[in-house]
Each structure stands twice: as structure tokens, then as C-alpha cells.
Design a protein around this ligand. Structure first.
Ligand code: GLU
Length: 473
């Protein structure tokens, strides 16, 4: 019986262990986030291990894409990423230790013999799990032939994983075979590598997708055989799409990089991903500091969470609104770089910084914010888009000619600007609402922008008047 619910008394060490056979998936990003939050909230370490033993499918590009994705999400790891493949010798050494302890044995059965065993078992209606005849054969009787190293799995009793999310899960040991630890070429198998690495890295909590729960039973045999303390196991349910089926491209973007490219802010992504399968009361919006304080394994749900694109956008909008201007500007610049937009000039950066107060509410993504920022990023003479062009009628050009001298002498405050614009509008029977459209067109050349008065205040008198004169023609 294996118990794993009581936390080891060592400082917390978690890890994210992606296989670089693809880019960083949203599900992987959430697993990384949970591990990061758990460690960071407890002054622990968050390690990164690249499980690159599948040489055919692991690529340096995928490895880099995973590191980039984590970096974008702000999930910083401690130390250098560890390559699993580079540790193969150590993995093999542990298998030899197990041989020496009598916890493993050399098996000389050929593939044909194993197949024959299975066929006979099938014919007799017995379990087809291979039972090697070499399990108890003393070394002196071993042939000089190729062999694999197998674990001596318990044949009786049951193993219980006391999972921090799933609760106690028990499997009869008769369902576990003497799995291979070392192949006949001496290379270690993946299952052994994971356990050795987690042990050597001092991992105290394994938080990962519940598709690995079955592996946990096999892995616990290795811990037991080596007399190692098994980490706390927390197997988290998969992420589903809004229709309750496993999240896939059919539902929308599944790669972390795609969300970066769409301009979702990293803090919003972290907040939303944390809520995907974990909850803290009814809290939907929270800061990183709150998430670190609150995150615990008990708050992880047992059933799959559904990805809700609307909720994601909503939370991201709240994070943009709550962001500090300097940090938001930095994120905007990083975003522009990521999508290949030209870097901002010093002047644009300065203008943007002054306008963020009126740009950041109601923008759910950075492109939405940048669309509203067109008025400050564009240079005179503006090229109004079609909708704006249509607003600049002859009548309105006449109104602009009345407005500009008055603005020339107005004090540059919201109140007096409003008084002037309202006054000129009234003389033409136009309310503020009717004046706003064409003014917006003149000041931004776009129909999406902050309010007319915010634009005037940010642009200042000279630039405002110059734009109004441009528009008056
Ligand atoms: N490499 C595995 C994966 O990407 C994770 C293994 C683990 O977390 O133990 O699914």
C-alpha cells in the first residue's frame, strides 16, 4: 500500500515536464501554471524538465517554443531546464541498483516466447500480462544472451495512490506486470526516467494531467523498490471545450502562442487558466499575488473544466484595465514585436503612455487597445478610413472653421473644451452626440477611439488644432 497524501517535510519542489513533441498547449500551460503557483506560493522551487527521450519526435524548435510560451506567460523556472535524455546513464544506473537489491531481474525471454505466452493465456482465458519464467532464476543459471531488466512487481495485494485531487485510487497488483526498466540495448524506459528524475530533482509534488494517473501506479513500484519517498500526486482533469468534449482545434485556438498572437495579456491568461479547474470561492478576477496565496490542491475540481472563450476575454479585459501603465506599455511593445509590428518611436511611446488612462478600459485584448490608440500613434496628415471620411461633410467642415478659433483661445481643460464644443454645436442645432462623430473622424481618422475630449487633452492644443484644420481642408 502506497500512501502519498502527507506532504514530505522538505521544502516544496514542483516541476513541469513537457515532451517537446509539439508547441506549448493550453493544457500544458495550465499544468505549468498550477505547479508554478503551488511552488511560488510556498517559497518553493519550480523546475523545468524537458522530456526529450523520444528522439524521433522531440525537436529543438518545439523545446524553444515551450520555453518561449512559458516566458510569455511569466512562468519563470528555477535553474536551467533539465534534459531527460542527457540523464540516461543515471536512469540505467538505478535499474542496476534495483538488480543488485533483488528488486529487479534479468529476463532472457525472446519476443517469440512472450508472444507464445500471451497466445496461450488468451486461449485459456487468463490475464495476458506476461509472467517471465526468469523472475526467480539465480544468476548462476543465466545464459550468455541478450536480456532486458524487469521490475519484480508485487503479484498480490493492491496499490493505492492517495491522489490529492482524485482521492484514494486503488488498483489490484495483479493488473501490473513486471515492466521492463532497461531494454536489451541497455537503454532505460520512460517510466523509469520520470521517477529517477523526480527523485533526483527533489520533487515533492507531482501536479500533472490525469492521463498520467495510470502511470503513477507503475511509478510507485519503482519508488517502493528503491525505498524512495513518493511525492504527493495531484492528477488534474483535462480541459474540455464549451461542448464538453476534449478541447481541440475545433473549439478554437489550443496553442499558448496563438493566444499571445491574439494579444491576450499574460496576467489575464494566468488568471483565466488558474480558474480552469481550480477555484477559490466565487473569485473570478484576481491578481498573481492573490493566486499565489490562495492556490492549493484542495481547490482543484475532480471533473473537467470547460474552456469559455467569453470568460477569458472578459477576465483579460479586467486585467488590461487594472494594469499599471508602465507595465502595460511594456507588454504592448512585446506584443508588437511578437506579431512583427514595427517598434514604437520614442514619441509614440510617450503618447501612448499619456493615453493609456483612456485606452485601457473596455479593451479585452491588446489589438483592441491598439485600435483605439490609432489617434496617438498616427501622424498628421491622417488618412481617415472610409467611415470617417463620410463624416467629414461640407457642413461639418464649415463648423470646424468656427470651432478652431474658439479652441485657440479656450483654456485646455475638459470642462472648457466641452463648453466650447457644446456652444458651437448648439448654434447649428447639433447636440454633443452629433458633434462627436465628425470630431472623432477629424482627430483620429477612425470611428474607434477614446472620447473626443480625452483625445483633445492627450493631443494638446497645437496638435488638436492642426488636425481640425487638416480636416476642414
Ligand atoms: N512528459 C509528460 C507529458 O508531456 C509529462 C510527464 C509527467 O508530468 O510526469 O505529458
Amino acid at each position: 500500500m502506497t500512501e502519498s497524501s502527507s506532504a514530505p517535510s522538505r521544502p516544496v519542489v514542483t516541476r513541469f515536464a513537457p515532451s517537446p513533441t509539439g508547441a506549448l498547449h493550453i493544457g500544458g500551460a495550465r499544468t505549468a501554471l498550477f505547479n508554478w503557483l503551488y511552488a511560488r506560493g510556498r517559497g518553493g522551487k519550480f523546475l523545468l524538465r524537458i522530456e526529450d527521450t523520444d528522439k524521433a519526435r522531440s525537436t529543438p524548435e518545439n523545446r524553444q517554443a515551450i520555453l518561449d510560451g512559458l516566458t510569455w506567460l511569466g512562468l519563470d523556472w528555477d535553474g536551467e531546464p533539465i534534459s531527460q535524455a542527457a540523464r540516461a546513464e543515471r536512469h540505467a544506473q538505478v535499474a542496476h541498483d534495483m538488480l543488485a537489491r533483488g528488486a529487479a531481474y534479468k529476463c532472457f525471454a525472446t519476443p517469440e516466447e512472450i508472444e507464445a505466452f500471451r497466445e496461450a493465456a488468451r486461449a485459456e482465458g487468463r490475464s495476458t500480462l506476461f509472467q517471465s519464467p526468469w523472475r526467480d532464476v539465480p544468476e548462476a543459471d543465466h545464459p550468455d544472451a541478450p536480456f532486458v531488466v524487469r521490475i519484480k512487481a508485487p503479484r498480490e495485494g493492491a496499490t493505492t495512490i492517495d491522489d490529492a485531487v482524485q482521492g484514494p485510487v486503488t488498483r489490484g497488483n495483479d493488473q501490473l506486470d513486471d515492466m521492463v526498466l532497461l531494454r536489451s540495448d541497455g537503454s532505460p524506459v520512460y517510466m523509469l526516467a520520470v521517477v529517477v528524475d523526480d527523485h533526483d530533482m527533489g520533487v515533492t509534488h507531482v501536479i500533472r494531467g490525469d492521463d498520467h494517473l495510470t502511470n503513477a501506479f507503475r511509478q510507485s513500484m519503482i519508488y517502493d523498490a528503491m525505498g524512495w519517498e513518493i511525492p504527493v500526486m495531484a492528477h488534474i482533469p483535462l480541459i474540455f471545450g464549451p461542448d464538453g468534449k476534449k478541447l481541440s482545434k475545433r473549439h478554437g485556438a489550443t496553442g499558448a502562442a496563438e493566444y499571445q498572437q491574439m494579444g491576450y495579456p499574460a496576467a489575464g491568461m494566468r488568471n483565466y487558466l488558474a480558474r480552469l479547474g481550480w477555484s477559490h470561492g466565487d473569485d473570478e478576477f484576481f491578481t498573481d499575488a492573490q493566486a499565489r496565496d490562495w492556490f492549493d490542491l484542495g481547490g482543484i475540481g475532480k471533473s473537467p473544466a470547460r474552456f469559455d472563450f467569453k470568460k477569458l476575454a472578459n477576465i483579460c479585459g479586467q486585467h488590461i484595465a487594472a494594469a499599471e501603465d508602465a507595465a502595460l506599455l511594456q507588454e504592448i511593445e512585446a506584443f508588437r514585436e511578437a506579431i512583427g509590428d514595427p517598434a514604437l518611436t520614442a514619441e509614440q511611446r510617450d503618447g501612448l503612455l499619456r493615453s493609456l488612462y483612456c485606452l485601457k478600459d473596455r479593451a479585452k485584448t491588446l489589438p483592441e487597445l491598439l485600435e483605439k490608440a490609432h489617434f496617438i500613434l498616427a501622424q498628421r496628415p491622417l488618412s481617415p478610413d472610409e467611415k470617417s471620411e463620410a463624416q467629414l461633410t461640407d457642413v461639418f467642415r464649415g463648423i470646424l472653421n468656427e470651432l478652431t478659433p474658439q479652441l485657440q483661445n479656450a483654456s485646455w481643460s475638459r470642462d472648457s473644451l466641452e463648453t466650447v464644443v457644446t456652444g458651437v454645436g448648439a448654434a447649428h442645432d447639433l447636440g454633443l452626440g452629433k458633434m462627436a462623430g465628425p470630431l472623432r473622424a477629424a482627430l483620429a481618422g477612425r470611428s474607434v477611439s477614446p472620447s473626443v475630449f480625452d483625445m483633445m487633452l492627450v493631443l494638446g492644443r497645437d496638435e488638436t488644432l492642426a488636425r481640425l484644420k487638416d480636416a476642414a481642408g
